[in-house]
Design a binder for this molecule. Structure first.
Ligand code: C2E
Ligand code: CA
Ligand code: CA
Length: 700
């Protein structure tokens, strides 16, 4: 009663329990801030109650003040053993009781706060995968935070708590490094910072980042070292992924251009020291773009992967590649980008070795590929540059290998070429020409069309073929052979082709407006134009802009082009045919055609190639071939135009065999529009001499 009164006066709120059992229920009901406990109680005494209390986790930290009349050492010891926080002996000094209570409450609050901060520290360590440790130098005892145990995957019960215990978990190859770093830092009084591996009980490897520092006694002896351990395994793994992504091609898994460059740069000083040669092979697929466009990108991707596979196999099969490979030279093949690959050959004693590898790869890639039920043949061209002959640094070598590859591609696809300095001179000229052509197209300067007449059996004008010319500011008038291939390689063929189309249509409109009889104009389409998405639209737009109809236009595609693009381009041909545009197969007879294709495409005209016409009279059997072509055309209801007709004798044979029209120097050269107008249109009928010639030829 007195206790309660004293404390109430001090402002405490009091709950009383008359024995241990009731106290248990009361504590469960609501946890008090402080328990004052008498030892001598009926039923459950103070010791038993305190023991019970401490066994219940939620009550473990409540301060318990034992009030005992038994002021002997034994009961005080028992009180503390049961978990009492303090004791006070009877008779009780009341003013002191209130102070004791206050002190105990404050101590318990401090303990609460400490426990909370330790818990949040442990939580923070867990989240950061960052543990802390400390080492007492006098005793050699090492203490770890919970997180260190987790990182080391150790059971706190098994841990020896010493440096040796720690080293047992460190990867054997890293132990010495760690010891050197740690003791070095202790003696040199510097922090240390180290990344090393752990070898975990299960055999797994973890990466950790350790930092530490040491405190010293006033005499300068090490007192305590402490530090942190952070698990950086995940970070290292993502770094490795990033490195992989930045140095390897994700499609084929081959090294990419940057890694290849690194390897090549490293290989050069090595070759220099060993006095051996080194070769860089630059490889480009020959028909990849077309396949990619017609079969789709998934097929394209699969082709590239198959190519990578074949190249790896091909390289493995070349013994000169495997022989004496210097360390670090494992990267030999890289994807350069797009449909291009690069190979680094080291330790060559003879350039022939590079040629052998190139030949092997070319053969390997010439085999047909199977892809989604299709059989596709690609082929590859390779350029080779040698160190030291073709360049002193990796950049020069790769650039020269690439020049040589382009040279091979242009002149002899499916072959390999060694780099020659002349190629660079050639490349420079092309580059200059390219920028001139670009400028000409932008400004519409220097380009013009010539028109070559096509003459029918009556000597009348069947139509004209538009042939482009370029008046170059320095080089003078250029024939299309000088700049069409360049325009095709650089993509300029698209704007150039569009210019030709519009110019030809505009000219037809102008002549129509002058009331000349309607004339059909034929234009040549390059493969890239034919594959260009908006071709049909562009053609219809140009016709509409000139108020012409589809049948005023004829487009010429080479025989090779028609065959190679037949499957993919059929829709385009049909759309043009539906618009009334005539379709002509140019350079026919050069040996690409499949007859079944011809009958399945909506074609109108076959143009017999110049070479046939030239040889009709001189090469035995040629006339029979021409006859067969004409018969074939007849059976497919196609009309036949012979091109490159230069002599009357040729014309005579061709008319006799049944050609429908002819084009060639015999009749006229490709002419500027005004000349054609004067000679062929204004006369309303062809020049009299020509009519005579035509009649004679027909009679002959
Ligand atoms: P092609 O379509 O076979 O054009 C016929 C070529 O034969 C023209 O050469 C023409 O001048 C020439 N030729 C005409 N008659 C005779 C003859 O009796 N004897 C000889 N030996 N040759 C004759 P050109 O104008 O130099 O054109 C060459 C090639 O350039 C053309 O061959 C065509 O493939 C391409 N080309 C010309 N203009 C264009 C164009 O606007 N666009 C595209 N994509 N290609 C064009
Ligand atoms: Ca043509
Ligand atoms: Ca031709």
């Amino acid at each position: 009663l007195l206790t309660a009164q004293t404390l109430q006066q001090e402002g405490y709120r009091i709950r009383e329990a008359e024995n241990g059992r009731i106290a248990m229920a009361s504590v469960r009901d609501k946890l008090p801030d402080l328990i004052l406990l008498d030892v001598m109680m009926p039923e459950v005494d103070g010791f038993a109650f305190c023991g019970w209390l401490r066994a219940q986790p939620p009550f473990q930290r409540v301060p318990v003040l034992m009030m005992t009349g038994l002021e002997d050492a034994d009961s005080i010891r028992r009180a503390f053993e049961c978990g009492a926080s303090d004791f006070i002996a009877k008779p009780i000094n009341w003013p002191v009781l209130a102070q004791r209570a206050r002190f105990l409450l404050r101590a318990s609050q401090a303990l609460e706060a400490l426990a909370a901060s330790q818990a949040s520290l442990a939580e923070a360590q867990r989240i950061a995968h960052l543990g802390s440790w400390s080492l007492d130098h006098a005793s050699g005892a090492l203490t770890w935070s919970e997180e260190v145990f987790r990182i080391f995957e150790q059971d706190p019960a098994d841990f020896a708590g010493s440096l040796e215990g720690l080293l047992a978990s460190v990867h054997p190859e890293d132990r010495e490094r760690l010891q050197r770093a740690f003791w070095g830092s202790v003696w040199k009084r510097r922090e240390y910072d180290l990344v090393h591996r752990l070898l975990l009980p299960g055999g797994a490897i973890k990466w950790v980042h350790e930092r530490g520092l040491t405190e010293y006694t006033p005499a300068g002896d090490p007192l305590r070292s402490m530090g942190t351990v952070q698990d950086i395994t995940e970070r290292r793994e993502s770094e490795a992924t990033i490195r992989f992504l930045s140095l390897y091609d994700s499609l084929t898994g081959l090294p990419n251009r940057s890694l290849f460059d690194e390897q090549a740069q490293r290989a050069i000083p090595l070759a220099q020291r060993r006095g051996t040669q080194l070769a860089i092979l630059h490889l480009g697929l020959d028909r990849f773009l077309r396949v990619n466009e017609s079969l789709g990108h998934t097929a394209g991707d699969s082709l590239l992967c198959q190519t990578a596979e074949r190249l790896l196999n091909g390289l493995r099969a070349c013994d000169c590649v495997a022989r004496d490979r210097p360390p670090g030279a494992e990267v030999e093949l890289a994807r350069w980008g797009g449909d291009e690959f690069a190979v680094l050959l080291q330790d060559l004693h003879n350039p022939d070795d590079a040629a052998r590898v190139a030949a092997r790869l070319v053969t390997e890639l010439a085999q047909p590929y199977r892809i989604g039920g299709h059989e596709v043949t690609l082929g590859a061209s390779i350029g080779i540059a040698l160190y030291p002959g073709d360049g002193a640094c990796a950049a020069d070598l790769t650039a020269n290998a690439s020049t040589a590859m382009r040279h091979a591609k242009r002149h002899e696809p499916g072959s390999y070429h060694f780099y020659a300095p002349a190629m660079n001179a050639h490349a420079r000229v092309r580059l200059a020409l390219e920028s001139d052509l670009r400028r000409a197209l932008e400004r519409g300067e220097g380009l013009r069309l010539h028109y070559q007449p096509q003459v029918d059996r009556t000597g009348g004008l069947r139509g004209v073929e538009a042939l482009v010319r370029w008046r170059h500011p320095e080089l003078g008038l250029l024939e299309p052979d000088r700049f069409i291939p360049l325009a095709e390689d650089t993509g300029l063929i698209i704007p150039l082709g569009d210019w030709v189309l519009r110019e030809a249509c505009a000219q037809m409109r102008a002549w129509r407006d002058l009331a000349y009889p309607p004339l059909r104009v034929a234009i040549n389409l390059s493969p890239a134009q034919f594959r260009h998405k908006s071709l049909v639209e562009d053609i219809l737009a140009a016709l509409a802009a000139a108020r012409l109809s589809g049948s005023d236009l004829e487009v010429e595609l080479t025989e090779r082009q028609v065959m190679e693009d037949a499957a993919g381009g059929r829709g385009v041909l049909e759309a043009l045919h539906d618009a009334g545009v005539h379709l002509a197969v140019d350079d026919f007879g050069t040996g690409y055609s499949s007859l079944s294709y011809l009958s399945f495409l909506p074609l109108d005209v076959l143009k017999i190639d110049r070479a046939f016409v030239r040889d009709t009279l001189t090469v035995p059997g040629q006339a029979a071939i021409v006859r067969a072509i004409i018969a074939l055309a007849g059976s497919l209801s196609l009309s036949v135009v012979a091109e490159g007709v230069e002599t009357e004798a040729q014309a005579a044979v061709l008319w006799r065999e049944g050609c429908d029209a002819m084009q060639g120097y015999l009749y006229d050269r490709p002419l500027p529009a005004d000349v054609l107008e004067r000679r062929w249109l204004r006369a309303a009928t062809p020049p009299a001499a020509l009519v005579l010639r035509t009649l004679r030829a027909t009679a002959g």
